[in-house]
Design a protein around this ligand. Structure first.
Ligand code: NAD
Length: 326
C-alpha cells in the first residue's frame, strides 16, 4: 500500500561515523524530509547539516519539537537517555544497535514505546542485507548454522566488546531464522588488543535441536561475514559482505542421493542495494503505517539478552578456570 501522506519530518541525533550516512540517505529518500541533525559536537553537526542541506539544531529538544521521527546514532551508552527523551516527546524512533547496553534499559524503552504507541525500530541492518532478504525464503528447518564475522582491528567501537559490537548482528539474524528458544550456551572469548573481548565463539543449542556455532573477531587479517545454514535436504550459504547467496539442495528431497547431478544449485535474485537505505525505507514505511514493523524493540531486546548471556558465560568460565589454576 502506498500513501499520499507528505514526507515524514525526520531528524538524526548523533552524526558520527554511522549517523552521517543516516542523514545522507534520509536527505535523498522521497518519503522523508530530513529537517536537521543534532550532535553534541556542534562543528560536526554543522558540517553534516551543510552536506545534507538541512539544519544543525542547537539542542535535542529543539530537534524533537520540529520532527515526527528520529534516528538515534549516538554512542551505545547514550541510547537509553536519548531514545527515552524522543519517545516521551511522542516521536517514532530508530535507534542504532545494540538497543542499549543493559537489559533493564532495553525493557524500559520497549515498555515506553508501547505505552506511547510509538514505533521503536533498532538498527539491526543485516536484516535488510539483499542476500539475507533473498535467502531467508529458503530457510525452513535449520539443523546446524555456522557463522563467521571476522574483521581487521577497527579504529572505533572498542569501548564495547566484539559480542555487543558485531556478534549481535548474527544473533539477531539467527533468532529470526531459528524460531526456537536457546537451551544451552557454550562460549569462549578473550581480550587480545583491548580491555574487552576481541574474539568470541559461542555454540548455542536450541530447543528445536538446531545447533549454531558463531564466531566473531575484530582482530583478523581478512574480512569475512558469512552464515551457512544446513537443513535435512539443503545447504544455504549467505555472504553478507558480498551480498551473495547460494542454495544447494537435493532435487528430490525424498530420495537418497546417488549421484552429484541430483544436487541443484540455486542462486536467488538479490537486490544489491545499501542495506541502510532499505532499513530506513522500512522505518519510514512503518512510521506511515504502510508496512509491518521490522527489527522491533522486542526483537532487539531478545538479541541483547542472548548477547549478554554469551558474555556472562565467557566471564564465568574464565573466572572458573582462573580459580582452578590457583
Ligand atoms: P561515533 O562516535 O562515530 O558517532 C557518535 C556521534 O554521536 C558523535 O558525533 C558524537 O559527537 C555524538 N554524540 C555523543 N553523545 C551524544 C548525545 N548525547 N547527543 C547527540 N550526539 C551525541 O559512533 P558510531 O560508530 O557512529 O556509532 C554510533 C552508534 O551506531 C553506536 O551505537 C554503534 O554501536 C552503532 N553502529 C551500528 C552499526 C551497524 O552496523 N548498524 C555500525 C556502526 C555503528
Amino acid at each position: 500500500m502506498t500513501s499520499s501522506l507528505p514526507p515524514t519530518r525526520v531528524g538524526v541525533i548523533g552524526v558520527g561515523h554511522l549517523g552521517q550516512h543516516h542523514a545522507r540517505l534520509l536527505s535523498e529518500l522521497p518519503r522523508s524530509r530530513l529537517v536537521g541533525v543534532f550532535d553534541t559536537n556542534r562543528n560536526r553537526a554543522e558540517r553534516i547539516a551543510k552536506k545534507t542541506r538541512s539544519r544543525a539544531f542547537g539542542s535535542l529538544e529543539s530537534l524533537l519539537a520540529d520532527t515526527s521521527a528520529v534516528v538515534v546514532a549516538t554512542p551505545t551508552e547514550t541510547h537509553f537517555s536519548v531514545a527515552r527523551q524522543a519517545l516521551e516527546a511522542n516521536r517514532d524512533v530508530l535507534v542504532e544497535k545494540p538497543i542499549t547496553p543493559s537489559l533493564d534499559e532495553a525493557s524500559r524503552l520497549v515498555q515506553l514505546a508501547s505505552e506511547k504507541g510509538r514505533l521503536l525500530q533498532v538498527g539491526h541492518v543485516e536484516r535488510f542485507n539483499g542476500a539475507v532478504l533473498a535467502a531467508r525464503e529458503w530457510v525452513e528447518n535449520p539443523r546446524f548454522v555456522e557463522v563467521h564475522r571476522l574483521s581487521p582491528f577497527p579504529d572505533r567501537s572498542t569501548d564495547i566488546g566484539v559480542i555487543l559490537d558485531v556478534m549481535i548482528h548474527d544473533i539477531d539474524i539467527l533468532l529470526s531464522l531459528v524460531h526456537s528458544s536457546v537451551e544451552s550456551i557454550d562460549a569462549i572469548g578473550t581480550a587480545v588488543l583491548t580491555e574487552k573481548e576481541d574474539i568470541a565463539n559461542a555454540r548455542l543449542r536450541f530447543a528445536s535441536g538446531c545447533v549454531a556455532n558463531i564466531t566473531a573477531s575484530r582482530i583478523s587479517y581478512q574480512t569475512m561475514r558469512k552464515i551457512r545454514i544446513f537443513e535435512p535436504d539443503r545447504y544455504i550459504s549467505i555472504d553478507y559482505h558480498k551480498q551473495d547467496a547460494v542454495i544447494y539442495r537435493k532435487k528430490d528431497p525424498d530420495k537418497p542421493l546417488s549421484r552429484p547431478e541430483e544436487i541443484e544449485r540455486v542462486t536467488p535474485r538479490i537486490r544489491k542495494t545499501e542495506p541502510l537505505r532499505l532499513e530506513l525505507e522500512a522505518f519510514l514505511a512503518a512510521c506511515r503505517g504502510e508496512r509491518p514493523r521490522a527489527a522491533t524493540g522486542e526483537e532487539a531486546r531478545s538479541a541483547l539478552q542472548l548477547a549478554l548471556e554469551i558474555g556472562n558465560r565467557i566471564r564465568t568460565d574464565t573466572a572458573l578456570r582462573a580459580n582452578e589454576t590457583r
